[in-house]
Design a protein around this ligand. Sequence first.
Ligand SMILES: Cc1ncc(COP(=O)(O)O)c(C=O)c1O
Length: 392
Amino acid sequence: MSSLRSLFLQHLAQTSPEPLMLEIEKAEGIYLYATDGKKYIDLISGISVSNIGHTHPAVVEAVKKQADKFMHVMVYGEMIQSPQVKLAQALSATLPEKLNNVYFVNSGSEAIDGAMKLCKRFTGRREIISFYNSYHGSSQGALSLNGNENMKRNFRPLLPGIKHIHFNEVQDLEKISADTAAVFIEPVQGEAGVRVPDSKYMKALEKKCRDKGVLLIADEIQTGFGRTGKFWACEHFNIQPDVLVCAKGMGGGMPLGAFISSRGVMSCLTNNPALGHITTFGGHPVNCAASLATLTYIKESGVMATIQQKEKLFRELLNHKAIKEIRSKGLLMALQLESNSKVKNTIKKALQMGLLTDWFLYSADSIRIAPPLTITEEEIKKTCSILLKSLE
Ligand SMILES: Cc1ncc(COP(=O)(O)O)c(C=O)c1O
């Protein structure tokens, strides 16, 4: 065992029972390079982060340029920092007109927590609704929203006032009432193993929220920044949330999150109390510069126009009797196998052949496919041939 490996086990908090233990030397495009000389295709993008590939030159350049100018200068919201302002403007331009006001944080969970506070403060209501099998993060607030008891049980008490309803079941929308501050939804459930709701359902949810004066919050942390073939997954369903939450792919490999709403809704954080939400590092200028480079690349490179074809190619090539079902939206895909042991076995064999994949938090019998959106058709063919061999 190399000294770095033993030090990793000794000094880093171990939360994974079976850490991958790849010792990374370099990452570029869809590839990870390990110190033992092996090269791996990253089929999961660091869990839906490296949407435009690892160390994209435009992102690296933006990071270097900004680091040369200034890094942290002041806590959030006091000084005019051009990377934040330009990114907020560019994000607003990707969204319906009313979503034009951005609060930057550092991560997905933090953005969810901020959005939870915002909707309570704005509506004066105390109840929040989320979905069974939803995943919104691991902080106390986000964990309270999650719809998986196994991950929560030993961390109680969590936040009160949270109700869960069934995803994609119209009848359950009746539980949304005038007492509800907000409904948090992943437009495509990720950690549940890629569950895509019906458009009709999403429209019914939007209508119910409007009728009851409830804020509709879209958690686009995993689905945003082109992952599903549209810049935001909400676009597939033609719905307009009141608050959109993003992180992960947004930073192009740097840590960044945001909750985005209208100026009207967001302004309630300015009074009673003033500084209704505080962060020291949220919207770090280097990370905002990286994010703007990422957003610009996704918008201008034409990569989004290729995603549907790439999804189709994966679906065509992944024809194997061990695959019971394929669920996907763009390049967020789950291969349903018969068991977790089959999944584990397949992942292990794929890794030996230079392909990194994973399962899902709440869908341990599915294989995760979420490569950088920039993956080429040739690389998809190579990936699928490894996956098919691993399934044998
Ligand atoms: C849909 C969704 N929401 C929230 C989060 C939490 O984000 P973070 O890990 O940055 O706190 C995740 C992370 O996987 C996610 O997939």
